[in-house]
Ligand binder design. Sequence first.
Ligand code: BT5
Length: 245
Amino acid sequence: MPSSFHLALMNEVDSTNDEARRRAAQGAPTGTLVWSRAQTGARGRRGRKWESPKGNLYCSLLLRPEKPLAEVPQLSFVAALAVSDTVDSALPAGPRVRCKWPNDVLVEGRKVSGVLLESHAQANRLDCLVVGIGVNVNSRPADDAVDTPATSMIEHGATLTVERVLERLASRLDHWISLWKTKGFVPIRREWLGRAAGQGEAIRVRLGAETFHGVFEDLDGDGALVVAVAGGGRRRVTAGEVFLG
Ligand code: BT5
């Protein structure tokens, strides 16, 4: 583990994000990394379920960065870079690892990992952040159980244990978080765009009940997706679902 991280290993927990939050409330330091072998109530965004059987990686990093609340969403791109480095370095040359807005990592178009970023603020001041990461190392849900087709590292020839995946992930998180703290979002945005899935291509965006089509043009300086809307105009998307192809 990088020296700035403090590992807390559990056999089973409801959600490592919830556990990190509970530990934060009891004064756990920044850098606390909660890792559980399995989760019984893991969440994706908007309360969606994250399948968490034994054999995959589930962890949450507690941070207390000295950053304004508005910059918090940038951390999901920081985490996606660390995950994509980790997965990429474990695969034999060939399969393409890509980042999908806002928080997914894909191998050959299938989701291998998701990031759930939760911030806790008091009176508009950031109290703590929890960066939850799930990586399918040895298994993944069936296609009919998910919105986006899923995959696992082992399906693409990676033979790392979960422990080794965590070790690599922690070191890449340490790297990208340090860069973000010192240099801000500029280098993160550049790297993320270099690995982005679907830039310049047709996408569908779902915002609650509304759906629109367009072309994924750019990621702006705040982490919003810039979409050239079919039929004219441009929209900045700060929350929602993106479907490629
Ligand atoms: C995410 O949400 O992708 C964020 C997932 C974060 C999970 C981690 S695990 C450690 C920490 N503790 C938690 O409680 N959470 C975090 P979202 O973009 O909303 O995607 C959720 C959707 O992905 C679900 O609705 C399913 O369709 C699909 N899904 C569920 N489990 C999956 C899995 N293991 N692999 C791939 N897709 C999955």
